[in-house]
Design a protein around this ligand. Structure first.
Ligand code: XIL
Length: 370
């Protein structure tokens, strides 16, 4: 046997023994290219989920709170902040030297209604809402100054056709609400990285709008350091060529690209998967949409691994632009995809199964980077 064949043989043999070819981990596999992050829920943040903590310690070098820094959690009532979850995430990250991403300062979802109202229950005025936003950003960004690496300052402000979403933020403040949020964050923490984050940025119309957004902010003297491309995908989507084009063309604007919120559903998407990741979607649970309640068949396991591989091939090919890839969760048991866009399904979107075991997709990724 030639040397190469022997090496391949050894590699396959060791794959069977240890299920890894060598002792590589996800973060080591991509350490020359980008950070590997995970979203963590409250139980993980509080170190109450030993299985997930072990995976975090082994495979990841960045972390994002899945919900604990969102307005409804951190600032549930006027003047009352609740930092229990967010402080826990900060501690978790600092203890381990993980790069911490704050998520998120301004979003139309998971924001209490009182934010947009005055005492009489009517819509707040522009001045009132701006003041509230400024106070919120001062308090939250100020509290974690020097401890958060980067903030998703604004989340999901764009429609599918590239126009601005008609949210209460836009309706009350006007089109400059994005600019204001970035300015507030920048003045509270001049060092922290500032990001815009959205889904379906692989689509040409939304890609163009993101580019316009970056240009407009820069033109107005506002710093934007990166764009987060949410990756709530599934088998068969998104269009990989378009995704690659988006990474390159948004990245060419001189901002970092982060693939945020990556997960790959194996279940059929009710309606069109092109609809992206609108969290307000809530289809009625039907059996034909919940195909594998008792376990994922091997061929689908392989298909999932191969889709992850194709995605990471693009991230590697475009690694000059990509600074981080963050999975939206650690193990399948905790994935929000079990409950979105339909509640109560059994999905398999992540790299570790419900027993915290690495899936073929994880092995595929670790191997491909070698
Ligand atoms: C999701 C969380 O994972 C769920 O636990 C929560 O119920 C709803 O929000 N886009 C985002 C994330 O920016 O914050 C969302 O996270 C998923 C879609």
């Amino acid at each position: 046997m030639r040397r190469k064949e022997i090496n391949v043989g050894l590699c396959v043999a060791s794959l069977f023994i240890s299920l890894y070819c060598g002792a590589d981990t996800l973060r080591e596999a991509f350490e020359d290219s980008f950070l590997i992050g995970a979203a963590v829920n409250r139980a993980i943040a509080m170190e109450e989920d030993e299985g997930s903590i072990q995976i975090l310690d082994t495979h990841f070098n960045s972390v994002t709170p899945e919900n604990d820094m969102k307005w409804e959690v951190i600032h549930p009532e006027p003047g009352r902040y609740d930092f229990e979850g967010s402080d826990a995430v900060v501690k978790l990250a600092e203890k381990r030297g993980l790069s911490l991403i704050g998520h998120t300062l301004l979003w139309h979802e998971q924001t209490p209604d009182w934010v947009f109202r005055n005492k009489e229950g009517n819509l707040a005025t522009r001045a009132e809402l701006l003041e509230r936003l400024e106070n919120h950003i001062e308090t939250v960004v100020g509290r974690y100054r020097g401890r958060v690496y980067g903030w998703d300052v604004v989340n999901e402000a764009l429609n599918e056709d590239g126009t601005l979403r008609d949210s209460l933020w836009k309706r009350i403040i006007g089109d400059d609400f994005i600019l204001k949020a970035f300015q507030f964050a920048q003045s509270v923490d001049p060092e922290v990285a500032l990001y815009y984050n959205d889904y379906n940025l692989w689509k040409p119309a939304k890609r163009r709008a993101a580019i316009e957004l970056v240009r407009a902010l820069k033109k107005q003297g506002v710093r934007i350091d990166g764009v987060g491309i949410q990756g709530h995908y599934g088998l068969g989507y998104p269009d990989l060529g378009e995704l690659s084009a988006s990474i390159a063309s948004i990245g060419a604007e001189g901002v970092d690209i982060m693939v945020t919120e990556l997960d790959v559903s194996v279940l059929p998407f009710p309606g069109s998967s092109d609809m992206g990741a609108d969290v307000s979607m809530n289809y009625e649970l039907k059996r034909e949409y919940d195909l594998y309640p008792d376990g994922l068949p091997v061929d689908l396991q392989r298909e999932l691994a191969s889709h992850y591989r194709s995605l990471f091939e693009i991230f590697l090919m475009r690694s000059e632009f990509v600074s981080r890839v963050t999975l939206w969760g650690i193990s399948d048991k905790d994935s929000w995809r079990n409950n979105w866009p339909m509640k109560g399904r059994t999905d398999y979107p992540l790299l570790f199964d419900r027993e915290y075991q690495p899936k073929s997709a994880l092995h595929e990724l670790v191997l491909m980077a070698k």
